[in-house]
Design a protein around this ligand. Structure first.
Ligand SMILES: NC(=O)C1=CN([C@@H]2O[C@H](COP(=O)(O)OP(=O)(O)OC[C@H]3O[C@@H](n4cnc5c(N)ncnc54)[C@H](O)[C@@H]3O)[C@@H](O)[C@H]2O)C=CC1
Ligand SMILES: CC(=O)C(=O)O
Length: 377
């Protein structure tokens, strides 16, 4: 199969969808890989590294998209890239379609076979989301600590405190991969950490991991309101796979936070859990002020630590890319439950229930979508 790796064009997105060693795996399996010029530079991989691994380096994004049967990316395509969509093109990348209605429509209208990293599912885990959630979770506490500094708009709190002065309070809503990793860093920084989750079982696991280093609370509107009001740093880390994130933190709760407190809503890629987050921010301009509270809502946090993130991401994506390339999309999806969960759009239909529900489209199961019309691959 001809597999294309374009250069990412989102603001400060320095990751790339494949490392030279990933290229080597695909080439050894008999595939041809096109990499756009400078695609790996942000992650410190040169064009020569890709050529040595067996890729062909191409100058123009347009040529790459046109020639490729499968395009692998990191972030969702931006509007400038929609012109390259075509019938039967396989797109393998993060998509977050519940928060991207125009992209969902463009994929549908053009008959793209779109497999979303974030919904590929194995035994109730999301193996292609996990490594980036690990990165973003760890970054969330680090970034929160930075924006709590007075010079960055924060209230001037050191999360660790010092002898005689209390520690800063970190509230994490959602105790999954992002939440756990945010807690690891926050505990390491010496903060007073509270994690809320709807799953009592998950809270039990967190209690086993952290012991008395954290407090756990079952998540409901009352516990959220109390924990948000106390927080110096609030981290949003909730996910309902494929669905738009629920607005758990209301404007009234944000108003109750002390001035100079910081919100890092990692769940922004699914729309965010905080009512006062009304926009996605960028690495260039990552925060804005609302009710005296610093809001951080960057949807590609791992893009700013691209070397670590590219390697962590491609460790997990390449085996799935190989399955798709070796078997073709139809057969790979038919034979893999993980990829069935990953399929979000095909044959002009939405094939992921939560995405269809949130965007108001009819849902058609991945198992049957290819029976309705045959797409030429
Ligand atoms: N902004 C960025 O750059 C990045 C964002 N993310 C996003 O972070 C979010 C979290 O991802 P993961 O931790 O991997 O998901 P996860 O599935 O591991 O964890 C989500 C947790 O939320 C909990 N939850 C569900 N409803 C809840 C509620 N009402 N109250 C409290 N907890 C609730 C679940 O029980 C689960 O433990 C996702 O939207 C993901 O896409 C991930 C990586 C990078
Ligand atoms: C998960 C995701 O969207 C990211 O890593 O950018």
């Amino acid at each position: 199969m001809l597999i294309g790796i374009p250069k990412e064009i989102k603001n400060n997105e320095n990751r790339v969808a494949i490392t030279p060693s990933g290229v080597m795996s695909l080439v050894q399996a008999g595939h041809h890989v096109l990499v756009e010029t400078d695609a790996g530079v942000g992650s410190s991989f040169s064009d020569q590294d890709y050529l040595t691994a067996g890729a062909e380096v191409v100058n123009k994004a347009e040529e790459l998209w046109k020639r490729s049967s499968m395009v692998m990316k990191v972030k969702e395509p931006l509007p400038a890239e929609y012109q390259y969509f075509r019938e039967g093109l396989i797109l393998f990348t993060y998509l977050h379609l519940a928060a991207e209605p125009l992209l969902a429509q463009a994929l549908k209208d053009n008959g793209v076979i779109a497999i979303a990293y974030e919904t590929v599912c194995v035994n109730h885990t999301l193996p292609l989301l996990t490594p980036m959630s690990e990165v973003a979770g760890r970054m969330a506490s680090q970034i929160g600590a930075q924006f709590l500094q007075r010079c960055n708009g924060g209230k001037g709190i050191l999360l660790a405190g010092v002898p005689g002065v209390s520690r800063g309070k970190v509230t994490i809503i959602g105790g999954g991969v992002v939440g756990t990793n945010a807690a690891k860093l926050a505990v390491g920084l010496g903060a007073d950490v509270t994690i809320l989750d709807v799953s009592a079982e998950r809270l039990r696991q967190l209690d086993d991991i952290f012991g008395t280093q954290i407090k756990t609370l079952i998540s409901n509107p009352l516990t959220i309101a109390q924990a948000v009001a106390e927080a110096d740093l609030l981290i949003g880390a909730v996910l309902i796979p494929g669905a738009k994130a629920p607005k758990l933190v209301t404007e009234e709760m944000v108003r109750a936070m002390k001035p100079g407190s910081v919100i890092v809503d990692v769940a922004i890629d699914q729309g965010g859990i905080v009512e006062t987050i009304d926009r996605i921010t960028t690495h260039d301009n990552p925060t804005y002020d609302k009710h005296g509270v610093v809001h951080y809502a960057v949807a590609n946090m791992p893009g700013s630590v691209p070397r670590t993130s590219t390697m962590a991401l491609t460790n997990v994506t390449v085996p799935y890319a190989l399955q798709i390339a070796n078997k073709g999309a139809h057969q790979a999806i038919a034979e893999s439950d993980a990829l069935k969960h990953g399929l979000n759009v095909a044959n002009g239909q939405i094939t992921y229930q939560a995405v269809a529900d949130d965007l108001g489209y009819p849902f058609i199961a991945a198992e049957t979508v290819f029976e309705t019309k045959t797409t030429t691959l």
